[in-house]
Design a protein around this ligand. Structure first.
Ligand SMILES: [Zn+2]
Length: 594
């Protein structure tokens, strides 16, 4: 007989022992986790309870965490054979198609299990439900297993715990009969969009969608269809290839709210970078339309055609066109095949002459909000599904070179050397500690090259790059001036010369306080703690910042938040929370205006 789903009221009001019994099996062999979390009753939402469970484990300390990991069954391992798995584990392992394996597969899994256990001291733990809760494919499971076996023990320990939390999340959804319909739809929309990929990558199963390729134009068509089907009133592809959908309001307020993100990708990128910010608001439109509801303002969702600067050196082309920052000389740029941007645009049927008309008038809009996958490890580490962006970081980039004297590695005494690479190495360590001292600045030497280097020659030249970012221009400038002073000091002390060329300077785009607060209110309404953070990466909001007040919401990425990589992932549970947060923002804005 099926048990009726649990309710939040039951969770909050039933006697502790009773609730603990209802939550049995949430974390296998560790009923103490739910019991401790329940001390914090009442909970405003299931999301808040899930976070409390994570916090219990985080605060339990390393020994308890290790015991927790060690108590878990091996994947399709001995426990599977002698049927001693708990009911929940068996269900999920069956769902994921791990049983029955062929003898060879079983052998392989056994080998991986024993290698993993020998390396880390606890069994391999993977949430077999996957990011959509439907079960991972066997090939994905094996690939993840092999990849994580190569991981460093510390992050792998944390990854094991996070997978336990994800297992618990899926079990909780089942127990509560929780529908994550909108999160699933957002996930499915992105999955469907990911079928289009540029030639050369599509064959390899990789996702690459660069400006105005066939795959790119197919994406624009599909997004247009998704927008129409979801209920947008006007949908069109503009003169640079942006897909613009408008859900009309009641007309009470003349100003619209703009939202959206990009649908192009980097080469071999992820499915959610950019696209999440198109589909989360679209899920809100779909719900409004189905309920036959209108906001007191128009909602304009824009799928930006180009943000990543992959095919042409024209980053933020899509959002730039809206701020009047489309540079006509871009049209003459050619791609790797010698096709000019002008030719590509003409081939796509875009009206180049209309590009200047895309420039928006600030007074037509209340502001711009963007949802984006975090593309970093912060939220994942904190077990938080959503984060509030305070500012998009200011950035400065340089390319440079230190010059010393190439000399014999055997005959040049240490005190006589003018080692250019050692000079850059010293600079790197300074950049690392100086940026870390700020707490939220970042500094990277991503290029380090000894031209014509040789094992028995002291490096006479060393080329390097510098990428320095901080949440405000002032903080960035202070960081830059310290780093530049250090270069002077290092080269002087080491008898080196240097040259340095600034290649990029971008201002910080601090969030508009009122819009940031609306995101904060939306996250708080979900019962989740607020985590405010700068965005280390550039986004379309950075461009729109020139024209409109803007603020962003970040959604947790899995796999330590990796992005610009096929491992980029996010769960439909987190997407659902993003949809709910967006809905809250729309509703509160509607109330403010009424
Ligand atoms: Zn992006």
């Amino acid at each position: 007989m099926a048990t009726p789903p649990l309710t939040l009221d039951q969770l909050n009001a039933a006697p502790l022992d009773e609730v603990c019994a209802m939550l049995a099996g949430l974390y296998a062999h560790a009923p103490w986790i739910a019991r401790a979390a329940l001390q914090q009753r009442p909970f405003r939402s299931l999301a808040q309870f899930k976070y409390a469970l994570c916090q219990v484990v985080t605060n339990a300390g390393k020994d308890a965490q290790l015991a927790l990991l060690r108590a878990q069954p091996e994947l399709a391992g001995e426990a599977m054979v002698d049927k001693s798995l708990t009911g929940e584990s068996t269900n999920m392992q069956n769902k994921a198609g791990l049983t029955p394996c062929t003898p060879a597969e079983f052998e392989k899994i056994q080998q991986l299990n024993s290698d993993y256990k020998a390396r880390f001291g606890f069994p391999f733990i993977l949430a077999l439900g996957g990011p959509r809760g439907l079960g991972l494919q066997r090939a994905e499971i094996m690939a993840t297993f092999e990849r994580r076996l190569q991981g460093h023990p510390d992050p792998e320990f944390q990854e094991g715990l996070r997978n336990l939390h994800r297992v618990a999340e899926i079990r909780l959804n089942d127990k509560f009969g929780r529908s994550i319909e909108r999160g699933n739809r957002v996930w499915d929309w992105q999955e469907a969009l990911a079928q289009y990929s540029d030639p050369g990558y599509a064959e390899l199963g990789q996702l690459t969608v660069t400006y105005l390729t066939d795959a790119h134009r197919a994406c624009a068509q599909r997004i247009s269809n998704n927008m129409r089907e979801a209920g947008c009133d006007d949908v069109h592809i503009d003169a640079v290839g942006n897909v613009v959908g408008r859900y009309k309001g009641t007309g009470e307020n003349p100003k619209a709210l703009m939202t959206g993100s990009h649908y192009d990708t980097v080469r071999n990128g992820g499915k959610y970078d950019g696209r999440l910010g198109i589909y989360v608001p679209l899920a809100c439109v779909q719900r409004l339309k189905r309920a036959n509801k209108r906001l007191p303002f128009d909602l304009e969702i824009i799928a930006f055609a180009e943000e990543e600067g992959q095919r042409y050196q024209a980053t933020f082309l899509g959002s730039g066109a809206l701020t009047g920052d489309f540079k006509p000389d871009w049209l003459d740029q050619v791609d790797a095949e010698g096709i000019s941007m002008r030719q590509a645009m003409e081939h796509a049927g875009l009206c180049i002459d209309d590009i200047p008309k895309l420039k928006r008038i600030a007074s037509d809009y209340m502001g711009f909000v963007e949802v984006h996958i975090e593309q970093g490890p912060v939220l994942n580490e904190l077990n938080l599904p959503l984060g509030i962006v305070t500012s998009i970081n200011a950035c400065v980039r340089y390319t440079g070179e230190m010059l010393g004297m190439a000399s014999h590695a055997g005959t040049t005494p240490m005190h006589c050397r003018r080692d250019a690479a050692a000079g850059v190495a010293e600079l790197m360590l300074h950049v690392e500690s100086r940026a870390a001292a700020d707490g939220d600045s970042v500094g990277t030497v991503g290029i380090l090259n000894v031209p014509g280097g040789s094992i028995n020659v002291v490096p006479g030249r060393c080329q390097f790059s510098l990428d320095l970012r901080a949440p405000t221009n002032a903080q960035r400038d202070a960081l830059v001036s310290d780093v530049l002073a250090k270069i002077e000091q290092i080269t002087k002390a080491r008898g080196l010369h240097y040259h340095l060329t600034e290649t990029l300077r971008a201002s910080a785009a601090p969030s508009a306080p009122a819009w940031q607060q609306r995101w904060e209110a939306a996250v708080a309404a979900l019962g989740l703690p607020l985590h405010r953070m700068p965005s280390g990466a550039g986004h379309d909001a950075m461009k729109l910042h020139d024209l409109l007040p803007q603020a962003m919401l970040f959604v947790r990425g899995e796999n330590a938040g990796i992005s610009h990589n096929p491992l980029e992932s996010s769960s439909s549970d987190d997407m659902q929370l993003a949809v709910q947060a967006f809905e809250h923002l729309l509703n509160s804005q509607a109330q403010e205006l009424s």
